[in-house]
Write a protein that binds this ligand. Structure first.
Ligand code: NAD
Length: 261
């Protein structure tokens, strides 16, 4: 599988699933623009590491996914530097948990902006580059919450359902342009964010580490195993391949059977 001479932009790729996408696309030969927040020295280590390890170009954009102007500038910057934007991975996402009547309005606005509207703004800027080449791949990280709800996650669930609707619409608009548009919907993915919740939950509930994982974190995930970031990234690389050119408008569940129930 080679993505040599392809250029990718991955939003929210300074950690977790996004970083796994960036590394997997680079391993397949693509130049990559990474994006997201974090400690600049650490981001620079990741960026330089990707260039060294995979012999591709890797650039960093600090664009804030709540800012349409910065999103457009990020895509234009990647196109100017790499010569095109062939692959767009919409991955940046945040979460906040509260009942609707107590949900802070600014948290609603922030989650909808980052988890949904940013994908629209990035697509809007990237699609002309893809159409011009007659080839493109757009992959968004949705979630099991694009298909089912959980209480207290109103903004996240609404945004992820919306991201699926945006994906289907874009797939139809681009069906004859050589551009596929899909989303991947993971269940619980093993990231530092998840791992860090374990000690506190063990203490709060008086449970062993194994019980916290199986009965609390993975209560809804029938395999009782986490999805790995590398598995989500491998699916994205496959969706970028020629073998996947008839997959468009799809929502690929990787949730250990969660949404089969
Ligand atoms: P993470 O917190 O490790 O990564 C989120 C990334 O988004 C980081 O790089 C962060 O800097 C970036 N980001 C946040 N706000 C931003 C902003 N305003 N502008 C630019 N970048 C910003 O989380 P993750 O678990 O890797 O999540 C990545 C995606 O996967 C999200 O869309 C999330 O909803 C989705 N997802 C995660 C899980 C899971 O269990 N971890 C499950 C399903 C879906």
């Amino acid at each position: 599988m080679t993505l040599n001479a392809k250029a990718a932009v991955v939003t929210g790729s300074t950690s977790g699933i996004g970083l796994a996408y960036a590394r997997a696309l680079a391993a397949a030969g693509a130049d990559v623009m990474i994006n997201g927040f974090g400690e600049l020295a650490q981001i620079e280590r990741e960026r330089a590491g990707i260039e060294r390890e995979f012999s591709v170009r890797c650039l960093y954009s600090p664009a804030d996914m709540t800012r349409p102007d910065e999103i457009a500038a990020m895509i234009d910057g990647a196109a100017a530097a790499f010569g095109s934007v062939d692959i767009l991975i919409n991955n940046a996402g945040v979460q906040f948990v509260a009942p609707i009547e107590d949900f802070p309005v600014e948290k609603w606005d922030q989650i909808v902006a980052i988890n949904l509207s940013a994908a629209f703004h990035a697509m809007r800027a990237a699609i002309p580059h893809m159409k011009a080449k007659g080839w493109g791949r757009i992959v968004s990280t949705a979630s099991a919450h694009s298909l089912v709800a959980s209480p207290f996650k109103a903004a996240y669930v609404a945004a992820k359902h919306g991201l699926l609707g945006l994906t289907k619409t874009a797939a139809l608009e681009l069906a004859t342009a050589g551009v596929t548009v899909n989303c991947i919907s993971p269940g619980y993915v093993w990231t530092p964010l998840v791992e860090n919740q374990i000690p506190d939950t063990m203490k709060a509930r008086g449970l062993t580490r194994e019980a916290v994982i199986a009965d609390v974190l993975l209560a809804a995930q029938p395999t009782k195993q986490f999805v790995q970031p590398s598995e989500v990234a491998a699916m994205a690389v496959f969706l970028c391949s020629d073998a996947a050119k008839q997959i468009t408008g799809a929502n690929i569940s990787m949730d250990g059977g969660w949404t089969a129930a």
